[in-house]
Design a protein around this ligand. Structure first.
Ligand SMILES: NC(=O)C1=CN([C@@H]2O[C@H](COP(=O)(O)OP(=O)(O)OC[C@H]3O[C@@H](n4cnc5c(N)ncnc54)[C@H](OP(=O)(O)O)[C@@H]3O)[C@@H](O)[C@H]2O)C=CC1
Ligand SMILES: O=C(O)[C@@H]1CCC=N1
Length: 273
């Protein structure tokens, strides 16, 4: 499936990962993309990396009259506190458009009020979308059609896993997969640090850490076995791994990760206020 013309408002990390990933996966042509943001440097980044796309300065009449008017889908990819500004800038111009927001915590009720209609979806994606390994969940308001859902699933599905959820579940999604890549990056960095502390060259340690996380995740997915069962198969009686697991449990790693997910979900709920 090829997407119709898309305008993304906000051209930062998440737009680069999601929309960049969609172009890389050929579901969107750069010629059918308009980007609206503040700085010239952001415009240059998009035009250098995705020649053929158009860039417009936020708040300009061209942004609304050319980019938004000429697009069927509008994606909001600005920070949550900027969403009211964007909705004010685009007031009256979003009629007849499918509006998709990736902003953490901003509820459908606020988005539909600002858009002036209910053809609005809320998505929580994550940055591995850039390499086609994203994890996204979405919910939609009342006027989103079956064809719109197909477009949303095609967009998100082209860059990874996608699941429909209720709006009430999106804060938890943010805690697990929206923020989740940061936890895993931190774990990879720490594993590599551990390798260096134990005497490995930095590059070898990092390469081994990356492949171990990738291999373990693939094994959970492909075998369908419970992660606890797979963990038990690594632990030889009286061996090295159970000594390490004991250390992890003494340092309350499970509790720390559960608390991390809850903290992110809680912050997402706060952003809705
Ligand atoms: N980063 C992540 O991993 C994830 C982020 N999200 C959500 O994505 C959204 C964007 O986050 P992220 O990409 O990290 O943020 P960034 O700060 O990287 O990007 C924000 C972008 O918004 C642009 N911008 C600022 N003000 C305006 C305006 N008034 N009109 C149009 N554009 C504007 C900025 O322009 P300029 O570049 O010119 O300064 C910038 O390109 C957030 O709501 C976040 O909750 C969701 C899931 C994961
Ligand atoms: O940190 C944030 O607020 C955004 C939302 C999820 C990931 N990054």
């Amino acid at each position: 499936m090829k997407l119709p013309h898309l305008t993304v408002i906000g051209g930062g990390q998440m737009a680069r990962a999601l929309v960049g990933g969609m172009i890389d996966q050929s579901v969107l042509d750069a010629e059918k993309l308009s980007v609206i943001a503040n700085s010239e440097s952001t415009g240059q980044w998009w035009q250098e990396n995705y020649p053929g796309c158009e860039f417009y300065t936020a708040g300009s009449s061209e942004a609304t009259d050319k980019a938004i008017a000429g697009s069927e889908i509008i994606m909001l990819a600005v920070k949550p506190h900027i969403i009211p500004t964007v909705l004010a800038d685009t007031q009256g111009h979003l009629m007849g458009k499918l509006v998709i927001s990736v902003a953490a915590g901003v509820p459908l009720a606020k988005l539909t009020e600002g858009a002036g209609h209910k053809r609005v979806a809320r998505v929580m994606p994550n940055t591995p979308s850039l390499v086609g390994e994203g994890a996204s969940a979405y919910c939609s308001a009342d006027e989103v059609t079956a064809a719109d859902v197909e477009s949303i699933e095609a967009m998100l599905g082209s860059v990874g896993y996608v699941a429909p959820v209720t709006e009430g579940q999106l804060d938890a999604v943010t805690g697990v997969s929206g923020s989740g890549p940061a936890y895993v990056f931190l774990i990879i960095e720490a594993l590599a640090d551990g390798g260096v502390a134990a005497g490995l060259p930095r590059k070898t340690a990092l390469d081994l850490a990356i492949q171990t996380v990738r291999g373990a995740a693939t094994m959970v997915r492909d075998t369908g076995e419970h992660p606890g069962v797979l963990k038990d198969k690594v632990c030889s009686p009286g061996g090295t791994t159970i000594a390490a697991i004991r250390s992890l449990e003494q340092n309350a790693v499970r509790g720390a990760l559960i608390d991390a997910v809850a903290a992110s979900a809680g912050r997402s709920r706060e952003l809705a206020q």
